[in-house]
Design a binder for this molecule. Sequence first.
Ligand SMILES: NC(=O)CC[C@H](N)C(=O)O
Length: 424
Amino acid sequence: MLRKEGEIRIPSGCAIAGIIDKTGRRSINGRTIIDAIAVMHDRANGLGGGFAGYGIYPEYANAYAFHVFYDDLQARQETERYFDRYFDVANMSRIPVKKHPRIGDAPLIWRYFVNPLFNRIQEERGEIDEEKFIADTVFYINTAIEGAYIFSSGKNMGIFKAVGFPEDVGEFYRLEEYDGYCWTAHGRYPTNTPGWWGGCHPFALLDHSVVHNGEISSYDTNRRTIEMFGYTCSLLTDTEAITYIIDYLKRKAGFDYEDIARIIAAPFWEEIERMPEEAARRAKLLCNTYASLLITGPFSIICGFNKGLMALNDRLKLRSMVAGEKDDVVYIASEESAIRAVCPDIEGIWAPPGRRAHHRPRERGGLTWESIIYIRNLKSTGMSTAAFSAGSVSANARRKCTPWIRKRGSCAPTRASSWIVSAA
Ligand SMILES: NC(=O)CC[C@H](N)C(=O)O
């Protein structure tokens, strides 16, 4: 019997994975992360797969790498006129892909390594903050140029995503040709939003990237708040808002990742009451000041950034996430099987209990980073499946995205448990 939309439930839909070599050596080939995410095939439904690779562009390490989807040549020409005006384009090309039987309807996919023309930007735009100008460029292109989307904008990192199962997406983008020190991956089972190329994970701005399993029941509040700070959500997936919240809290508000975790997965009030006075005062301040950036609903996310990863769970650990470590490499995934697939002799897999922050100190001299694992359990406000209603998306975003949106069924209210890891 044909089961209709709403009668089919994928209990834990979406898979996330992350691998980081804490020494910064580019020791992880793209094939490894494909092999890890492929094990969790059944958590996705073919409506999205994607990867973020860090350290993959050493030859252009100081340039911003823009990855762009275009609907047509006109969108490309208009975007390139903008790039030519404000950037020295050190290199531009189509992103190498290979024909894949299960990846279709591809937009034009281009990559640009660019250096901002500081004097012109200052004279014409009055802007002296380079990162702000890059972020403004992303929002300008994504909202003002019909059919153009910058989906990756960091230095020495890149996002690769498409509609399809993640292992097919990885092969489509020939990820075995890239080596990095860190990778994240996502297999998507969309909740209430369309499965289209721009809406696949990871979502990224500058060097931050986010993969997410879950559903944000506070999406509208979070989106409205972040849009007040100059961000425009145009990609039709709740996860986009998480990415901008993290960028805002880090780049503009100046918080470290530990405080960012405290804001988006804040401790319970009962927990705060039991804290020492100074810690409680600070926790209350963060909760009250940034109440509208608290993310409610079940989630596990992995946030990549230059030189690190942060992994974070909702406060009730409603989505699965485990981690393991072997030598200098940290592995994180929705399921242990994904870690064992690429590191069979992993030492100690752990699924930390909720409401505790786990710190992994610097291990030995010479290491530049610290690996930190946080667990935050989020008080769920209910498993609303309608948290992200069609009406919550701006008319402009809807108009721009319509041609790409796959009309196939795309909703998967999910239940599970999970958490986050970060190395800073
Ligand atoms: N099933 C999920 O975890 C979905 C994640 C996210 N809400 C999306 O729609 O892509």
